[in-house]
Write a protein that binds this ligand. Structure first.
Ligand SMILES: Nc1ncnc2c1ncn2[C@@H]1O[C@H](COP(=O)(O)OP(=O)(O)OP(=O)(O)O)[C@@H](O)[C@H]1O
Ligand SMILES: [Mg+2]
Length: 370
């Protein structure tokens, strides 16, 4: 039935005189190309739009990763202010779920280093599933953009190697080709969003913009653009970001539990000129020291409590949820690790990640001095 439909549409389409601009009539190659384009169009028109879980909408300010297009669900914003990240196909998705569950296990771990990690990643509020899409499960995460008026968002993928130990030769080649300079600098930009106070408009820079950067332009054109508001470099924001990155580095220097491949650091600041700079510091529970700290908030992980969301979402939508009361203060600069689909237990230093982190900190210092 569907095949017949595709055939009919193809015939209609090819009879309509519509031609791809670069197609030379009569060429077998061009015909095959046209057929492919037509089939692609038809297939994507056949894809139904998935039903989103109740009380959610696509996350507007998502800058990288799987997006809400072509019948797929990307990150969602829930009306309670959290982000729902869809669980990817196995084993990626399950790996990320298990990572969050290990880090935020109810039973307080006596592993101090593991506990400190809670402050460097979005808070995890449990798993939820959509009642309408039986196979759709989500991780309920702290929204790092919460209460920001005009969020400027930067996703930096970390590591010289962004392929994990189980990657096929094909996958390795694909990952290297995405951004060859990563081998030398140990990081790459996956996507970003800037804001212009004079026009009141946000602008997104996608993976194609980022792919065209090189070791030098990533600093002065990439980060230079991201940290500027109407051409003025926000040096205080860069300083706060460096402090956040150093906290992450401090943790990596101690930990011997995980290796993170293709994981990102998400950097966010509010482009709203009227808002004073503040920076979320680490918590007393973790033992890490807070740093740039005007109006800082205290992410007290000890105070994670069970919360009843029944007035917000239907009960069958909820597996388990916990809610931290810690996000009471409006943080204006966020530096947090995200995306744990390729995290492996390894009892050694993660030198792949550390190399990139040190390079990134040095590059931001260079930008500060420019
Ligand atoms: N907790 C969060 N708060 C705000 N924005 C987020 C959060 N988590 C993710 N995002 C947004 O979504 C984007 C994609 O997130 P992420 O990297 O976790 O997903 P992905 O790359 O699609 O995942 P995967 O590699 O597992 O397929 C980020 O670049 C960021 O813009
Ligand atoms: Mg990602």
């Amino acid at each position: 039935m569907i095949l017949q439909y595709i055939k009919n549409v193809y015939i209609t389409f090819s009879d309509s005189g519509h031609q791809h601009p670069r197609v030379k009539t009569g060429s077998a190659l061009a015909k095959a190309g046209l057929k492919k384009i037509v089939l692609k169009k038809v297939m994507s028109s056949l894809k139904r739009t998935p039903t989103l879980p109740p009380g959610t909408k696509p996350l507007d300010n998502q800058v990288a990763g799987h997006q809400n297009t072509d019948g797929k669900i990307g990150c969602l914003l829930h009306e309670d202010g959290t982000v729902l990240k869809p669980v990817q196909y196995p084993p990626k998705g399950q790996r990320e779920v298990e990572f969050y569950q290990e880090v935020f296990a109810d039973q307080m771990s006596d592993d101090k280093v593991l506990l400190q990690l809670r402050d460097l990643v979005p808070k995890f509020h449990g798993m939820v599933h959509s009642p309408k899409e039986s196979d759709a499960r989500f991780m309920k995460l702290e929204n790092l953009l919460l209460d920001m008026k005009h969020p400027c968002v930067l996703d930096i993928k970390m590591g010289r190697k962004t392929y994990d130990p189980l990657a096929s030769q094909e996958k390795i080649a694909m990952e290297i080709a995405k951004f060859p300079p990563a081998k030398n600098i140990g990081y790459q930009i996956s996507g970003m969003q800037t804001y212009s106070p004079s026009t009141g408009k946000a602008q997104k820079f996608d993976k194609y913009f980022c792919k065209n950067l090189n070791e030098e332009s990533i600093v002065f054109q990439g980060f230079g653009k991201f940290f500027s508001l109407d051409g003025v470099l926000q040096k205080e924001v860069i300083k706060a970001v460096i402090v956040g990155l150093k906290e992450i580095l401090e943790w990596f220097n101690k930990q011997r539990t995980f290796h993170f491949y293709a994981s990102s650091i998400l950097i966010v600041f509010d482009g709203d000129a009227s808002s004073p700079l503040s920076f979320r510091t680490s918590t007393s529970s973790s033992g890490l020291k807070g740093s740039v700290a005007e109006n800082c908030c205290n992410g007290d992980t000890d105070s994670i409590i069970e919360n009843d969301f029944s007035n917000v979402i239907s009960s069958d939508f909820v597996d388990t949820m916990t809610y931290s009361q810690s996000e009471a203060v409006n943080p204006k600069v966020q530096v947090r690790m995200i995306d744990f689909a390729h995290v492996y237990h390894m009892p050694e230093e993660d030198e792949n990640y550390i190399f990139g982190l040190k390079h990134l900190i040095d590059d931001l210092h260079r930008l500060l001095k420019s």
